[in-house]
Design a protein around this ligand. Structure first.
Ligand code: NAD
Ligand code: AHE
Ligand code: ZN
Ligand code: ZN
Length: 374
């Protein structure tokens, strides 16, 4: 007999700018090529707050947000072959079908197989698996991890070592992988490099870990909240600076203290002015700036084209350029082997019923990551 609809608790975003509401949500069984996952834990990433704010051009409501989860496969739909009931998985907002033009290119992790429907808050067949009292609720980033149960396409889960603790490796579903991957997969930072990291939240701190692992000689952390500095230094920042302490543009400060600019910079905030600063902090001739932060609808980046003519490079990175199904399980193994820690990121834990606190803490600058446990 096939799986039944499950009624469970989920945090529903009914509208932009509203607080989430814990609802009894009906979660349909997984359909062809889909799996239903029981979440054990989920982190709260700034991108969830970004979409909830109404700034995301792809934001649709009502929706179940959340994209940084870990859990176990509860049931599988017809035709599913790569995962089984009981497998431990991390949901992927960047799937990996292995057969689309993007997957086959060898140049990107941005699988496009289901991107169109995912961006509309729908499953690949154009419908939704969530409802409240019969009203359909949209999915989010193909993952919707702020729910006790969620449904995902099979290509949107990475099977991981069951020994990994979900309450920590959920952070590999977005923040930590994004920062580490941006260093190794996107920038390909070399040993001895000089690196500047703008924004020392979950993403920036993971970028510091990646830069230290890559052997960067100098890692400059930049944030307007100095409470972020001690952890940044513990993780590997060689110095931290607050742009508010200077009466000249922060890029001029960085160029001045680095003998001409950094080899690599990373924007981990989502502020288009800071993206310009990050680019212009780069060394003439070769410096590369990686945009990780997500900016709102209508925002655009600017710089003098001369900055690029003279050799600086602007790049972007989504999920750290990491292919989820083929590369993420190895991140879990490296974590289990003790190569890097995740507990430093977890400043708060709470049950789903208190998820709004996680957003408040983020906006107050008091958290790195809040982890919701189910
Ligand atoms: P966060 O809120 O934890 O951290 C943001 C940090 O930026 C904070 O420490 C804050 O004090 C700092 N900051 C704010 N304004 C600043 C300024 N003007 N100058 C310097 N520092 C400033 O957020 P997070 O979860 O680390 O996410 C960071 C950004 O990365 C967000 O835009 C998020 O949407 C984006 N993101 C992108 C990807 C991707 O794949 N590209 C993945 C995850 C998150
Ligand atoms: N929907 C937004 C863009 C949001 C965005 O850039 N998302 C990142 C991941 S952020 C994770 O915390 C991403 O992966 N982008 C690639 C993609 O295909 O969405 C908008 O501006 O429309
Ligand atoms: Zn995220
Ligand atoms: Zn693909």
């Amino acid at each position: 007999m096939g799986a039944e609809t499950i009624r469970c608790k989920a945090a529903v975003a009914w509208g932009a700018g509203e607080r989430l509401v814990i609802e009894d949500v009906d979660v349909m069984p997984p359909q062809l090529g889909e799996v239903r996952v029981k979440l054990h834990a989920t982190g709260v990433c700034h991108t969830d707050a970004f979409t909830l704010s109404g700034d995301d051009p792809e934001g649709v409501f009502p929706a179940i947000l959340g994209h940084e989860g870990a859990g176990i496969v509860e049931s599988v739909g017809e035709g599913v072959t790569s995962v089984s009931v009981g497998d431990h998985v991390i949901p992927l907002y960047t799937p990996e079908c292995g057969e689309c033009k993007f997957c086959l290119s060898g140049k990107t992790n941005l699988c496009q197989k289901i991107r169109a429907t995912q961006g509309k808050g729908l499953m690949p067949d154009g419908s939704t698996r969530f409802s409240v009292n019969g009203q359909p609720i949209y999915h989010y980033m193909g993952t919707s991890t702020f729910s006790e149960y969620t449904v995902l396409p099979e290509i949107s889960v990475a099977k991981i070592n069951p020994a990994a603790p979900s309450n920590e490796v959920c952070l590999l579903g977005c923040g930590v992988t994004t920062g580490m991957g941006a260093v190794t997969n996107t920038a390909k930072v070399e040993a001895g490099s000089c690196v500047a990291i703008f924004g020392l939240g979950g993403i920036g701190l993971a970028t510091i870990i990646g830069a230290k692992m890559a052997g960067a000689a100098r890692i400059i952390g930049i944030d307007i909240n100095e409470e972020k500095f001690p952890l940044a230094k513990k993780l590997g920042a060689t110095e931290c600076i607050n742009p508010k302490d200077y009466n000249q543009p922060i890029q001029d400060v960085i160029v001045g203290i680095t003998n001409g600019g950094v080899d690599y910079s990373f924007e981990c905030v989502g502020n288009v002015n800071l993206m310009r600063s990050a680019l212009e902090s780069c060394h003439k001739g070769w410096g590369e700036s990686i945009i990780i932060g997500v900016a709102g609808a209508g925002q655009e980046i600017t710089t003098r084209p001369f900055q690029l003519v003279t050799g600086r490079v602007w790049k972007g990175s989504a999920f750290g350029g990491v292919k989820g199904r083929s590369e993420l399980p190895a991140f879990v193994e490296r974590y289990l082997a003790g190569e890097f820690k995740l507990d430093d990121f977890i400043t708060h834990t709470m049950p789903l019923s208190q998820i709004n606190d996680a957003f408040d803490l983020m906006h107050e600058g008091k958290s790195i990551r809040s982890v919701i446990h189910f």
